[in-house]
Design a protein around this ligand. Sequence first.
Ligand SMILES: Cc1cc2nc3c(=O)[nH]c(=O)nc-3n(C[C@H](O)[C@H](O)[C@H](O)COP(=O)(O)OP(=O)(O)OC[C@H]3O[C@@H](n4cnc5c(N)ncnc54)[C@H](O)[C@@H]3O)c2cc1C
Ligand code: HEM
Length: 397
Amino acid sequence: MLSSQTIALVKATVPVLQQHGEAITRHFYPLMFREHPEVKAFFNEAHQAEGTQPRALAGAVLAYAAHIDRLEALAGALPRIIQKHAALGVLPEHYPIVGKCLLQAIREVLGEAATDEIIAAWGEAYGALASLLIAAEEEVYRANAAVPGGWRGERAFRIARKEAESEIVTSFYLEPVDGGPLLAFRPGQYLTLVLSIDGEPVRRNYSLSDAPGKPWYRISVKREAGGRVSNWLHDHAAVGTGLQVLAPCGDFVLDAEAPASRPLLLVTGGVGITPAMSMLEAAAPSGRPIRFVHAARHGGFHAFRDRVQALAAEHRNVRPVFLYDEPRAGGELPHVGGRISAELLAQQLPADRDVDLYFLGPKPFMQAVYAAALSLGVPAERMRHEFFGPLEALQPA
Ligand SMILES: Cc1cc2nc3c(=O)[nH]c(=O)nc-3n(C[C@H](O)[C@H](O)[C@H](O)COP(=O)(O)OP(=O)(O)OC[C@H]3O[C@@H](n4cnc5c(N)ncnc54)[C@H](O)[C@@H]3O)c2cc1C
Ligand code: HEM
């Protein structure tokens, strides 16, 4: 229990965090990587460079300070952080490192404004949040190890198949070296690869793109210009290559309790299609009405086109809508030209808006889908989205 004095002191820092929170977290990461290089490999450098991770941490610290007297208000935000930490293998011993460096960053950025009293209060408040996260992450590790085919920490896999899905996306079928069963992940979840590339450790999340219940996990990776792991996978990883894998996690999951009569609308752009493929594979046989809207630049970049069409041919409840904004002359044709729009989304929605909407893609795409769906009356609690990186804010309009 935090004392009322600590609560008051932390709450009083809200305005300063609103103003300087991001400066603090931008200062914090390089400081921590310098003093504790052992944690650097957990983090994605691109998320540091584009500022999304410092922004996400600043947002979380600010929200914590603002709600420190009624933590239940944070309940919606914590599962994502817990799942992300568990996915990446964050452990209790890492928390004092983050805590020490965060306090040091607060001190260095705020200068004299960060009195000893404020630092002590933040130290105590950080400890309480850390305990909560450590306990929740331990629960995820324990649960993932307790189910059939589950495990804790790294498990050795090997690439059993490597297949191009488009000019830029390649699937990797991963099978456990121990030949044992595989935890039945929930469609929408992702695993983490723990790699060493040119002697440097690196971790990356990849969504599972096939249905659960297979003797493999399939991931489907887009080649990113200048990207370390995606290019290594495309160019160097081959059938037989070994990989260390952390168990699937993630809270962007197909709601298993949804009634089969309620339409499912999956809307994706680019490589955001991967978790939606898993959802589609899992849900298609249920008979549930499914609209599968996918936007790609053109047919050459369109992954899983044939598979989605085959599923639609097999299951009459599945209706695909493909959109290309730059179709190639002589190439495959989309159902619709141009970009995602409110008009197109409206055509996919039932009149009563009783629908489950899942969406994922580049940020501008997600922004467009979110604003359009809200304006069309889709209830916010029926919409779920994922970011292939730290959570970012989407605006209602
Ligand atoms: C939950 C989740 C699920 C995901 N699922 C998938 C999936 O199914 N398929 C998929 O393809 N991806 C997925 N991703 C993204 C994936 O984790 C990787 O981020 C992606 O593959 C790029 O990694 P990389 O190592 O190739 O690129 P990185 O090396 O991380 O580089 C990415 C980009 O940033 C630039 N960059 C890197 N470092 C810096 C720097 N210091 N300064 C400036 N620019 C820099 C690079 O040039 C490149 O353009 C997912 C991510 C998350 C969080
Ligand atoms: C109270 C302490 C902490 C808070 C409030 C916190 C908060 C966050 C938040 C908000 C995110 C972004 C989640 C998302 O939207 O994807 C995140 C991601 C992450 N956190 Fe933490 N975290 C804490 C402690 C730690 C610790 C101890 C570690 C271990 C080193 C850690 C490692 C990571 C990593 C590796 C990511 C993903 C970064 C990336 O995508 O590059 N965090 N955390």
